[in-house]
Design a protein around this ligand. Structure first.
Ligand code: HEM
Length: 516
């Protein structure tokens, strides 16, 4: 009798779980899938709960994830459906359709997907540019925009060049620690560490260095947290709220790290408010600008908002720029003509090994073009998502698609930037396609305004793009000016996507001092 009761209870619980899963995860996703298929959108087969996740895993394991996505695009065209686990996604890599999704006019119809935010909320909270939406986002954006204006960025140049000079010195001494034997360095790790310390110094000023261990804690723990979060997202734990609360799958790493970083940032903000720390730049740093920003009613950010925004700059601005630099040095090490073109320019604009200053940067046009082409072929923020909150029709009379409420759109700029109908010789690294016209100083026209999206577009585009481009130009110039670098032979260089696109197995190089 007791056995029967237990059995019935178990069966009831099981049936309830199945019903919940069906109504929460299967039926709504299938409905979206069917609505889009009915409009002639092509796609992979709908497989409840798992979708194409096993294929993603398989292709990732054999180092062909990006090829898999490109193959899907060749098979189905520039708009197609697939499922990442239980979640139906429509991938759109058609610039005309993207203009309708991303433009400011239609912004009210889209938000960042709630599940995507579960990746970031644990580190940076909810009240910041990356996660906030609507009026809260607009207010913060208006208050923070001036911080990334060219005028304010000028004063960050010294931070960038000082940190880069220090990092180069450390790398050279590391590599030559045993004078007989050159130890290779892993550029993927070293450049991510450098960009992290640049953005953290720009955000936190001297507090970052004066508080005991702050630099160490922030740099080391941030990397650990990002790795743990990337792992949790890949195994779908972050995306399922119930699972994400269980004390497994590196949750302790995330919780402990966030607590430690949170306490440090609180102290850094208090110290600055009380005048115990200062900017390390020649003018105001990001923390000063956040502290002095006010909205239209004259209301400043709260300490909690300042903490979240500065953590957002670090989360969004370190690995992305580190990856850009890693891919760029990979290109230079595998294309001597491009390295020589950069060097020739750098030696001319920065004679006798002088450090780059603001007035030099405008003349580094080859470096600028190499950065643009690296962002085309190796976009660090390789995909971004928009979630439709209000049914919306995109396209022209030739092709219209009604996007149902609840649809998540994925934009993959690795695929978009390699479309042969938009980019002649799409797989060739040709920086000259970005060279400014020497008479007008104009950049060449894009094949379509939405064909090149390394920094996304619209109201949620990258607020830090000018900072990133400035930083990349200074780092590139200083590396080619001061170092010789050669790739360790026999390495496999494969793009891998965790949150951003990095080199899966790192980038090992021998580095030595260049005689100037
Ligand atoms: C090469 C380097 C970088 C790349 C490729 C990049 C790319 C992007 C992309 C694609 C987005 C849109 C994300 C989305 O809509 O889901 C974004 C947003 C953002 N980025 Fe960057 N980023 C870079 C560097 C930076 C830097 C250096 C900072 C800060 C100093 C930064 C701060 C942000 C912030 C705060 C947002 C959210 C903006 C908003 O939603 O209003 N990024 N970035």
């Amino acid at each position: 009798m007791i056995g029967q009761i237990v059995l019935y209870t178990l069966l009831t619980i099981l049936s309830l779980i199945v019903i919940i899963i069906y109504f929460k995860l299967v039926r709504p996703e299938k409905k979206l899938y069917d609505a889009l298929i009915a409009q002639g959108v092509s796609g992979e087969q709908f497989i409840p709960l798992v979708g194409q996740l096993p294929q993603f895993r398989r292709y990732q394991k054999i180092d062909k994830l990006m090829e898999f996505l490109q193959d899907l695009s060749h098979k189905h065209g520039h708009v197609f459906l697939y499922s990442f686990g239980p979640l139906t996604r429509i991938m759109i890599n058609d610039p005309t359709l993207l203009a309708d999704v991303l433009s400011r006019n239609n912004a009210q119809n889209y938000i960042k997907p709630p599940l995507f935010n579960t990746v970031f909320i644990p580190i940076i909270g909810r009240h910041n540019l990356l996660v906030a939406e609507g009026a809260e986002h607009e207010r913060a954006r208006r208050m923070i925009n001036p911080a990334f204006h060219h005028i304010n960025l000028k004063s960050m140049i010294s931070i960038i060049s000082n940190q880069t000079a220090k990092a180069i010195e450390t790398l050279l001494s590391k590599s030559n620690s045993d004078k007989q034997k050159h130890e290779p360095v892993d550029f993927q790790i070293e450049l991510n560490a450098l960009t992290l310390s640049i953005i953290a110094s720009s955000a936190f000023g001297s507090g970052f260095e004066t508080i005991t261990n702050a630099k160490d804690v922030i740099c080391r723990i941030f990397v650990e947290i990002l790795d743990a979060i990337a792992y949790r997202s890949m195994i779908m734990v972050n995306q399922i709220p119930f699972l994400s609360r269980l004390p497994f799958w590196k949750k302790d790493v995330v919780d402990k790290g966030i607590r430690m970083i949170g306490e440090l940032v609180d102290q850094i903000i208090t110290d600055r408010r009380q005048g115990r720390s200062s900017s390390k730049s020649t003018g105001a740093d990001l923390l000063d600008l956040l502290l002095s920003a006010v909205d239209d009613e004259g209301v400043p950010f709260t300490d909690q908002e300042i903490k979240e925004e500065s953590l957002t700059f670090i989360a969004a601005g370190s690995e992305t720029t580190g990856n850009l630099m890693t891919w760029m040095l990979y290109v230079l090490m595998t294309n001597d003509n491009i390295l020589q073109a950069c060097r020739e320019e750098v030696d001319r604009v920065l004679p006798n090994g002088i450090e780059p200053r603001n007035e030099h940067l405008v003349d580094l046009v080859v470096c600028e073009a190499v950065i643009s082409e690296t962002l085309r072929l190796y976009p660090p923020a390789v995909f971004f998502l928009r979630h439709c909150v209000c049914e919306h029709t995109i396209g022209t009379t030739e092709r219209k698609i009604q996007i149902p409420k609840g649809t998540t759109i994925i934009i993959n700029n690795f695929v978009l930037h390699r479309r042969s109908d938009l980019w002649p010789r799409p797989l060739e690294f040709d920086y000259t396609r970005w060279m400014r016209n020497p008479t007008t100083d104009q950049k060449p026209k894009l094949p379509h305004p939405y064909a090149y999206l390394p920094f996304a577009a619209g109201p949620h585009n990258c607020i830090g793009q000018n900072f990133a481009l400035l930083e990349a130009k200074i780092m590139l110039a200083m590396f080619v000016q001061r170092c010789n670098f050669e790739m360790v032979p026999g390495q496999k260089i494969v793009p891998d996507v965790k949150i951003t696109m990095r080199t899966k197995y790192g980038l090992l190089a021998n580095i030595s001092q260049r005689k100037i």
